[in-house]
Design a protein around this ligand. Structure first.
Ligand code: FE2
Length: 376
């Protein structure tokens, strides 16, 4: 196994600690005198937005922009790019969940790009960006703060794909456990299981290296030890561990890619408009079973962290956080299209075991069966 990936990408600086987010704007002042603060509705409701803006240093003009909610779309990115161009901003800071970070990251990265966002979503090469992107995650999480990736849905076509460029990577990340305080339990479960899945998939990825294995295993351990505590209300230590695990999983996936769960999650999430982490959670047991025979040594290492039966521990997490299979009463109308998208996905390409159409069909049939087995 290689020690380093062929290309290694990390955010430039990461600040960690309780209360650190109130120093966000003084940090942003280093990137220019005018910027945009992108946030979700909950940040305003919790009073955190007010605290961040109260620390705005003199001479810095900060424009707040509230994300409209829902999964991040190409259209939202276009709307935000218009705001950025008319405001002539030098930096974009995102304080929020994965949707907020992905829209802000893509808009910052494409501010000076000549084409509409849909063109890049369809595969046009991305130009390099000079706009500084800053991320403070308020869920744990997609790990978007650690990656160059934005996952976007084109509402017109229903296609969910990622855009990526190294210059989109955050110049500054702030990990503040206080931002998780107002995260509702269902969101802790869904986003936390996304982070957990990302940690496991990047660990098992065929592109894994010794460096990413270290990051991914620490992420699995951090998330495993904290997610149920945070789901049940949490304390500073558990929120800090969950946020750290999510970030480490983001670093690992950024440099090792993912696997079949994420290959399935994008087409299924786009069709059923479900939270990404929920789809990941219910697909993970099936994929763990599918990969087991080619990953014996790595499953043994996972067992050191998760207990002797890795699949049973995942099933236990799903049960204890009351994650139900959303596909149990659903009909998949265009199964063969989902199969084709899953097989073609870059995430599926990193899965440790080769994936063919028959394998994807078998997992889909189990997910959409009358019992709606989560494999748990
Ligand atoms: Fe994910």
């Amino acid at each position: 196994m290689n020690v380093l990936p062929a290309s290694l990408l990390f955010p430039m600086q990461t600040l960690s600690g309780k209360g650190k987010v109130t120093g966000l704007l003084p940090e942003c002042a280093a990137f220019g005198s005018r910027g945009l603060l992108v946030h979700g509705r909950s940040l305003a409701a919790s009073g955190v937005l007010e605290r961040i803006l109260a620390a705005n240093p003199s001479g810095l003009e900060t424009i707040p922009w509230q994300h409209p909610g829902g999964e991040p779309t190409v259209e939202q990115v276009d709307a935000l790019r218009d705001v950025l161009l008319s405001g002539d901003v030098a930096w974009v800071a995102a304080v929020g969940g994965g949707s907020v970070m992905d829209v802000a990251k893509a808009a910052a990265g494409l501010r000076d790009a000549p084409l509409p966002t849909s063109a890049y979503h369809d595969g046009e090469p991305l130009p390099s960006s000079r706009v500084a992107f800053v991320a403070a995650p308020a869920t744990a999480g997609t790990g978007s703060e650690a990656t160059m990736v934005s996952v976007l849905t084109n509402s017109a076509t229903g296609t969910k794909k990622s855009i990526r460029h190294p210059s989109h990577t955050a110049r500054l990340v702030i990990l503040d456990p206080d931002l998780l305080t107002s995260c509702p339990p269902a969101l802790v479960a869904a986003s936390g299981m996304d982070a957990f899945t990302q940690a496991v998939e990047s660990y098992l990825s065929r592109n894994a290296t010794r460096l990413t294995d270290h990051l991914a295993l620490q992420a699995v351990e951090d998330i495993n030890q904290s997610i149920e505590t945070v789901f049940n209300g949490g304390d500073d230590a558990s929120r800090e561990a969950l946020l750290r695990g999510s970030y480490l999983a983001g670093l690992a996936l950024s440099n090792a890619r993912l696997g079949l769960v994420h290959g399935l999650a994008h087409p299924l999430g786009a069709r059923f408009h479900l939270p990404h982490g929920l789809v990941c959670a219910v697909c993970l047991p099936h994929v763990l079973r599918y990969n087991r025979d080619v990953c014996r040594a790595k499953y043994a290492r996972l067992a050191d962290v998760l207990g002797p039966d890795v699949e049973e521990r995942v099933a236990g997490l799903i049960r204890s956080m009351a994650v139900a299979n959303p596909f149990a009463d659903e009909v998949l109308q265009d199964e063969e299209e989902v199969v084709a998208e899953t097989v073609a996905s870059g995430s599926t390409g990193a899965n440790p075991r080769d994936v063919d159409a028959a394998a994807v069909r078998a997992i889909l049939h189990a997910l959409f069966s009358a019992t709606g087995s989560t494999g748990a």
